[in-house]
Design a protein around this ligand. Structure first.
Ligand SMILES: CC(C)(COP(=O)(O)OP(=O)(O)OC[C@H]1O[C@@H](n2cnc3c(N)ncnc32)[C@H](O)[C@@H]1OP(=O)(O)O)[C@@H](O)C(=O)NCCC(=O)NCCS
Length: 198
């Protein structure tokens, strides 16, 4: 689940658990992708994807009502990066520089536990980009920020997300009938985790 709004404020109170933060100029690369720290240059991307009908249905955040709202959220995201509690990367295609989505790790309350979230612009779906970007950030989590376990979940109907999570090798741990709230209603999610390989 991509937690980028209210949950970030909640997470900030756990900044004390973080041992070090990562410089914002870090770049992660994969065969086809380049991942950089999310910033204000992504406002149009976030606005554009959130105009797609149903795009936000499987995520905790709602479609923003204005670009100003996205600026405010992104500034909070950037501050949370500096605090070492939320590392949100923008995913770019290496060969043409197109910004196509985001993937992030949000610190949970227990030490060493992080939650992964991801989204990709619908124009780029089903080309393996989410899986490739998420793989890079799992490595980042285990190697750079001392994650010992990374968790995630998806709404039961979200088969695309389920496919990504399963392809990555996450282990199913159970159901949560109140995974997140959408339109005032709790959403049933399936939960997974991935432990650091030793
Ligand atoms: C989930 C999401 C990130 C996947 O992005 P993506 O780049 O298309 O993902 P990938 O191409 O790496 O993998 C998608 C897989 O889902 C499969 N898939 C697509 N639609 C499907 C469907 N209706 N039923 C079952 N599988 C489906 C694809 O075939 C692919 O699997 P494959 O590689 O084995 O063929 C993207 O759909 C998205 O941004 N959704 C909206 C936001 C969201 O829900 N985020 C996740 C919240 S938990």
């Amino acid at each position: 689940m991509f937690k980028s709004d209210g949950s970030l404020i909640f997470a900030s109170s756990f900044a004390d658990y973080t041992m070090k933060s990562i410089p914002r100029d870090i770049i992660l690369t994969t065969e086809r992708l380049r991942l950089r720290a999310a910033d204000l240059s992504d406002v149009d991307l976030v606005w554009d994807v959130s105009r797609f009908d149903g795009f936000n249905d499987g995520m905790t955040w709602e479609p923003p009502n204005s670009k100003e709202e996205i600026v405010a959220i992104t500034e909070r995201n950037m501050a949370d990066w500096e605090s070492g509690v939320d590392y949100i990367f923008t995913v770019e295609i290496k060969n043409d520089g197109a910004s196509i989505g985001r993937v992030g790790l949000l610190k949970k309350k227990a030490p060493g536990i992080w939650n992964i979230g991801f989204w990709i612009h619908p124009k780029y779906w089903n080309r393996g980009f989410a899986t490739e970007a998420a793989r890079a950030i799992l490595d980042f989590g285990f190697q750079r920020i001392e994650a010992v376990k990374i968790t995630t979940d998806h709404a039961t109907w979200n088969q695309q997300s389920e496919m990504v999570i399963r392809k990555l090798g996450f282990k199913y741990v159970g159901e949560n009938p109140r995974g997140f709230i959408k339109n005032g209603q709790p959403v049933l999610v399936l939960e997974y985790d991935f432990s650091k390989q030793v």
